[in-house]
Design a binder for this molecule. Structure first.
Ligand SMILES: [Zn+2]
Length: 155
């Protein structure tokens, strides 16, 4: 297959999606091929325990790191590439399936309980504009830990 910006982006997207929940050795190999830095294990564990649940695949922030490397490789073709929306599209695919049961339980007490619990326990006042991940205030960082987006907005 011919290699170009689009095919490499699509291939990275698929590799991340095919990885086991939170990533695996094969995905690490893809990241290393591009010179993208895998998450430290401590961050991986933190994300696995966070409320940003995933059912499969590598974490979006790692896919973004590979996308960034591909974008540098094809400076012209990557002009106008909407990385945030591609990362969000990826996140939609690795989210746990939510059926009707989920919708009903979220509509009643689930959501309120969750958000209140979160506010109380973790003091989060900001969330990621791209994926909705809360910013953990006990940690200092400017990019979303989950998807890597730069933008945070008041929750
Ligand atoms: Zn995010």
């Amino acid at each position: 297959m011919e290699k170009n910006f689009k095919t490499e982006i699509d291939q990275a997207f698929q590799s991340a999606l095919d990885a086991q929940k939170g990533g695996d050795a094969k995905w690490n190999e893809v990241m290393l091929t591009y010179g993208a830095e895998p998450l430290p294990d401590s961050d991986r564990q933190k994300l696995l325990g966070s409320e940003m649940k995933i059912a499969r695949g590598a974490f979006p922030i790692e896919l973004r790191r590979v996308f960034e490397k591909i974008a540098v490789k094809y400076p012209n073709d990557s002009q106008g590439f909407d990385m945030d929306s591609r990362i969000l599209e990826y996140y939609q695919k690795i989210k746990p399936f939510s059926g009707l049961g989920d919708i009903f339980s979220n509509a009643s007490t689930g959501t309120a309980k969750y958000s209140q619990g979160f506010r109380n326990e973790k003091q989060s006042t900001y969330k990621c504009k791209n994926c909705g991940a809360p910013r953990l205030e006990e940690m200092q960082y400017d990019n979303c830990m989950f998807c890597g987006s730069k933008l945070f907005v008041p929750a």
